[in-house]
Design a protein around this ligand. Structure first.
Ligand code: TRP
Ligand code: SF4
Length: 332
């Protein structure tokens, strides 16, 4: 019986945070019972932005596996592997690179935004502009039905769908079209539109209780509020955004108390810190249990690598076959 496949991945560039959780981790780990899930640690993709920081990679990969485990990855059900351990991905990237035009790549809004942030002007590496092609290969090599990702990944999923359709049309039906499953975008603790490890506005999944509390107490609230009894406006308060995401059932009541001036910001944020710490408690318990198993990460990645290579080889042979590059008559 062949099961429905789910594939997703992340670049190992640092600790994972609550934005990753509500954007993608929550959705993907909930799918583990129903689907065969593959979770890729995209170390080659990390090179497209972090090519001169490879000395951090090994540590980041290990931390990423532990973040996954803490957030609910079940190694008995799902596969976790390193992109660089699956050479078939590079081969499929090479094939796909002929199915995408340069203007199509340069139109990608996520790539444009990231290019702006890098501040390189037109001195952007070829590998960076092309990473969505490689990501299309990451996805399609596993022939998934679903790809759970954060909302900023939508342009990449759309490109993967286009590449799949184009390949199928030119060479023959190999790839089912995958659907993105999009989570929620979480704002940063500074109120910026996105929580990101490079903005210093993240609450990490591995943060200790005291650190979560300190970050919450530092959040900017309604700046128009001088005394605790002044009426406040939750719509301009960055702490309130976290209520809406993590404490939905009480959010309306908090908004009312804020507007009527019956709760002060210090009290309100103290309660939010408790909400977040309660939410993160299971992560801490699981992480501790997994950290006590010294060979676990190594075993997960080794086994995951072999499973991913087997899947990848199967697709790649099919791909070459329909392309007339199986060379059965010539070489078989
Ligand atoms: N671009 C993704 C990110 O930055 C990481 C990624 C690489 C990915 N390959 C993937 C996501 C394949 C989904 C599917 O988070
Ligand atoms: Fe924000 Fe709460 Fe202060 Fe209102 S009372 S501004 S919701 S922290």
């Amino acid at each position: 019986m062949s099961r429905t496949i789910v594939l997703t991945g992340d670049r190992p560039t640092g600790r994972m945070h609550l934005g990753h959780y509500v954007g993608s981790l929550k959705n993907r780990f909930e799918m583990q019972d129903e689907f065969q899930c593959f979770f890729m640690i995209a170390d080659y993709q990390a090179l497209t932005t972090h090519r001169d920081r490879t000395e951090d990679l090994e540590r980041h990969v290990r931390e990423m596996v532990l973040d996954y485990l803490a957030a609910g990855f079940d190694p008995k059900k799902s596969v976790c592997f390193l992109q660089s351990q699956v050479p078939q991905l590079a081969e499929l990237t090479m094939i796909f690179s002929n199915l995408v035009t340069l203007p199509r790549l340069l139109r990608n809004p996520t790539v444009k935004e990231e290019m702006g942030k890098m501040g390189l002007g037109n001195r952007v590496p070829y590998g960076f502009v092309g990473y969505p092609v490689s990501q299309a290969a990451d996805i399609l090599l596993f022939r998934p039905r679903y790809v759970p990702v954060g909302p900023d990944q939508r342009p990449h999923i759309e490109l993967a769908q286009e590449v799949a359709a184009r390949f199928n049309r030119i060479y023959g039906e190999v790839f089912p079209l995958p659907d993105g499953v999009y989570g929620t975008r979480l704002k940063g603790t500074d109120g910026q539109s996105k929580m990101g490890k490079s903005y210093d506005n993240a609450i990490d999944l591995s943060d200790k209780k005291a650190s979560v509390r300190a970050k919450v107490m530092n959040m900017v609230t309604d700046p128009g509020r001088v005394r605790a009894t002044d009426p406040g406006n939750p719509d301009v308060c960055s702490a309130f955004h976290y209520r809406e995401v993590f404490d939905e059932e009480n959010a309306e009541q908090v908004a009312r108390a804020c507007r009527s001036g019956s709760v002060g910001c210090t009290t309100c944020k103290g309660a939010l810190a408790d909400v977040l710490n309660d939410f993160m408690m299971p992560f801490r318990v699981r992480r501790k249990g997994f950290e006590e198993q010294p060979d676990l990460v190594r075993d997960i990645l080794n086994l995951g690598g072999s499973r991913a290579r087997i899947e990848g080889q199967r697709t790649l042979e099919h791909v070459k076959e329909v392309m007339g590059m199986g060379y059965k008559a010539l070489m078989g």
